[in-house]
Design a protein around this ligand. Structure first.
Ligand SMILES: [Fe+2]
Length: 170
C-alpha cells in the first residue's frame, strides 16, 4: 500500500493533482484486501453496497467498494473523489476522474510488481494517464482472456474508448 501511495503521489505531482488525496487513496485502497470472499459479500449485504454480476462471481473484486466504505466510516475520509478512486481500483469505469486513473494506474505499475513492461508503463503514466490506463487495461484483458475469465463490460468500454485515441502510440 505504501508503494502504491508513493507511486500515486508521484503521478499526482506530474499531473498537478492533489498529492494528499492520491496518498490517502493509495494508503487505504487495499484495506479490505485480505478479507475472505464470504466476509466481503456479507459486509456488502449488511451495508447495502451494490454488487454486480462480476463481483458476485469474483467477490474479491469487492475489496475495492468495501475498502472505500471502511475509509469513509472508520478513517473519516469524506472527499468523494478519494472514495471513488478506492472504490474503482479493481475494475476500471468509463469517465473516471484524474484521481481514479492515478490510483488505478499506480496500483498496476508500482515498483514491487515484476511483469515485463512495468517500468515503461510507469514512465508513460508520468506523461499521459490515459495512455497508461490503456496499457493497464490491455494487460488486464490479455491476462484474463489467456485464462478464459470473462471481462467486465466496463473494461471493454474503456478499452474501446481509449484505443481509438491512443492505440497507435501505446
Ligand atoms: Fe486492491
Amino acid at each position: 500500500m505504501l508503494c502504491v501511495a508513493r507511486t500515486a503521489e508521484a503521478f499526482a505531482r506530474a499531473h498537478d493533482a492533489s498529492r494528499s488525496a492520491a496518498r490517502t487513496a493509495g494508503i487505504l485502497h487495499d484495506i479490505a484486501r485480505e478479507w475472505t470472499p464470504a466476509a466481503l459479500l456479507e459486509y456488502a449485504r449488511e451495508h447495502r453496497l451494490p454488487v454486480d454480476d462480476f463481483e458476485r462471481a469474483a467477490p474479491l473484486l469487492l475489496h475495492a467498494k468495501v475498502g472505500a466504505d471502511i475509509a469513509r466510516r472508520e478513517f473519516g475520509v469524506t472527499d468523494p473523489d478519494t472514495l471513488a478512486a478506492i472504490s474503482t481500483h479493481t475494475v476500471v469505469q468509463p469517465s473516471m476522474t484524474e484521481l481514479q486513473k492515478i490510483l488505478f494506474v499506480a496500483d498496476t505499475v508500482e515498483p514491487t510488481r515484476t511483469y515485463e513492461g512495468r517500468a515503461a508503463l510507469a514512465a508513460t503514466a508520468l506523461r499521459s494517464l490515459d495512455e497508461a490506463l490503456l496499457g493497464c487495461v490491455k494487460a488486464s484483458i490479455e491476462y484474463l482472456a489467456a485464462r478464459n475469465v470473462p471481462i467486465a463490460p466496463q473494461t471493454l468500454e474503456v478499452y474501446n474508448a481509449l484505443v481509438t485515441r491512443y492505440g497507435t502510440t501505446a
